[in-house]
Ligand binder design. Structure first.
Ligand SMILES: Nc1ncnc2c1ncn2[C@@H]1O[C@H](COP(=O)(O)OP(=O)(O)OP(=O)(O)O)[C@@H](O)[C@H]1O
Length: 554
């Protein structure tokens, strides 16, 4: 979670805040001496100096305290940002075909919302923990030098607090984990159903969905209340013990000053200033422990969130691809149309009995345009996913432009591959931002891509924010033209993979998309899976999956 630098900064900020707490010792001593002087009617000149000392130490304490907490929050924020980056990189490394990849709603809940809980855990709890280790020891020693009896009272009251807190903290972590899982599950359910709201409404399933959501919300409420109950309980236990401790010290000091309790000092009885000093230190002895208790809930929530982030950041396991983020920007990208060779390819989905491919061969020449034709479920999309390196073959070899496709080379090879599916994902925002997708692109390139896809008119007429979430506001044909514009704006593309780009389109629009696709694919290799015979007829070659299978069976 945090590197050595973060730990060093954390220690420095803890040292500053501990020093701020310890400065209460001289401040309390000066206050006690001043009150003693007033009671003894000593010279007022010294009181002025003592007050000035209290003020200066107070300013120093405030400075240390604020600098320390600023540093701690900065470090904690940096650690959370680093772990968010780790999770996003890991999520991006999941194959889109991986059925076990985390639900989007759950991932969003963990990365956006739950990750925030790590900040108070690192910045407040960790510092409070270190303060609780050091500060009470110094105060105990200071009290002990004046009165062993007061020190014994502190010694008896103090250990009860950590014991109870450890017991409560154990329950708190369990409750927090359960609450986070519940919140993540509800987010995942909500996002999934919001995406399909039109289907739910059209099939009259709104009430059932709303009831399920209500049950989930009720269960989340119960879990949240359980966490809060534990948080309040831990505060109450601590307040009780610290109040008892302070009260017992006050009773002892009071009766000692009145001469009723003569024991408990190292010889001479306590003076008024010494008694007051002990009294002022008693609450400060419990203060770090009270602070630790109030941050105890941060620990439970922070650790649970940290574990969730770590789970999502796992990059090993089936269905994981190498991350595209690891590929150097300078990686060599082949721009000439590549030849594609598939040799002896076998593939089956995890958990499936039947192989989609069994010793399959195919060769595509550089710049050749090939249609993959075949019945539904014959493996056309799977072959495209294999070519894009989105899943790995069980055996056999694929080479693209002479480079063998492997987990290591896939991300680099993908830099020269473009993909167009039947329903391109369109993000909310402008058409231009949907083409650049956050990459730095030459505006002239984007403009000519929009012009190529005949989207420039829509982009100008509608101005900014032309498209809603999931492409609301664009027709199916326009969304596909946007996907073509994305390819047109990418200078490196040498191989285009199309997965039924003309499905669900009327004949005229399909014809237009086909024309645009072929213009784009000039001097590029093109492999298109399709049921559209008119699109297939415009290709250099048709690979008939059904015939291939029949030949294999024969
Ligand atoms: N992610 C997946 N996990 C498990 N099995 C899958 C997965 N995706 C596809 N399949 C199965 O693999 C087989 C081939 O599917 P694929 O999508 O490649 O066929 P297709 O020829 O593209 O079909 P269509 O023309 O309907 O798009 C099918 O039997 C399908 O059920």
């Amino acid at each position: 979670m945090s590197g050595p630098l973060d730990i060093a900064t954390n220690k420095a900020s803890a040292a500053l805040q501990i020093t701020a707490s310890l400065l209460w010792l001289p401040q309390a001593a000066l206050i006690a001496i001043a009150i003693g002087d007033i009671a003894n009617a000593a010279g007022s000149e010294r009181i002025g100096w003592l007050a000035l000392g209290v003020l200066l130490i107070g300013i120093l304490r405030a400075f240390f305290e604020s600098t320390g907490s600023r540093m701690a929050f900065r470090t904690a924020r940096a650690a959370v940002t680093a772990s968010r980056n780790g999770v996003v990189t890991a999520l991006a490394a999941h194959s889109p075909l991986d059925q076990a990849r985390p639900a989007s709603g759950r991932a969003a809940s963990v990365v956006v919302e739950q990750a925030e809980m790590i900040v108070p855990y690192l910045a407040r709890f960790e510092i409070a923990r270190m303060r609780a280790v050091f500060v009470p020891v110094f105060i105990f020693i200071s009290v002990l030098t004046l009165s062993w009896a007061a020190a014994v009272v502190l010694l008896i009251a103090a250990p009860l607090i950590p014991i109870f807190m450890a017991l409560i903290g154990w329950r708190a972590q369990q409750a927090s984990e359960a609450q986070l899982i519940e919140a993540g599950g509800m987010n995942a359910f909500l996002l999934d159903r919001l995406r399909g709201i039109a289907t739910i409404r059209s099939l009259d399933a709104v009430d059932v969905t709303a009831r399920r959501l209500r049950t989930d919300a009720e269960s989340l409420r119960r879990r949240t209340m359980a966490v809060l109950k534990i948080a309040f309980l831990s505060s109450a236990v601590l307040e009780l013990f610290s109040a008892l401790g302070v009260a017992m010290v006050a009773v002892y000091v009071g009766f000692h000053l009145l001469g009723q309790l003569g024991f408990g000092t190292w010889g001479a009885p306590l003076s008024l200033s010494e008694g007051l000093f002990i009294l002022l230190l008693a609450p400060a002895f419990f203060e770090p422990l009270r602070e630790l208790s109030s941050a105890w809930h941060d620990r439970a929530a922070g650790r649970a969130a940290r574990d969730e982030l770590a789970r999502l950041a796992t990059t090993n396991g089936p269905g994981m691809l190498g991350s595209d983020c690891d590929v150097q920007q300078t990686a060599h990208v082949e721009r000439r149309a590549p030849a594609v060779h598939i040799k002896n390819l076998s593939f089956r989905y995890p958990g499936s009995e039947t192989p989609v491919f069994d010793h399959f061969d195919l060769s595509v020449a550089p710049g050749e345009h090939v249609a993959l034709l075949g019945p539904s479920g014959s493996g056309k999309s799977t072959l495209l996913a294999l070519l894009a390196g989105l899943t790995t073959s069980t055996s056999g070899a694929i080479s693209i432009g002479g480079d063998r496709l492997s987990d290591e080379s896939a991300a680099t090879l993908r830099k020269s591959i473009a993909w167009i599916g039947q329903r391109p994902h369109v993000f909310a925002g402008t058409l231009a931002s949907n083409i650049t997708l956050g990459r730095t692109s030459d505006p002239a390139n984007v403009a000519s891509a929009l012009h190529f896809a005949r989207l420039d008119e829509i982009a100008t007429v509608r101005g900014l924010n032309t498209v809603g979430e999931n492409g609301i506001g664009l027709s199916g044909g326009e969304a596909l033209r946007l996907a073509l514009a994305r390819i047109a704006a990418s200078a490196n593309v040498a191989l285009i993979l199309g997965d039924e780009p003309t499905a669900h389109l009327d004949a005229d629009t399909a014809q237009e998309i086909t024309d645009n696709l072929l213009t784009l694919a000039r001097n590029k290799t093109l492999i298109v899976a399709t049921h559209d015979l008119r699109l297939a007829a415009r290709m250099d070659r048709i690979v008939d999956f059904r015939r291939l299978r029949l030949e294999k069976a024969a």
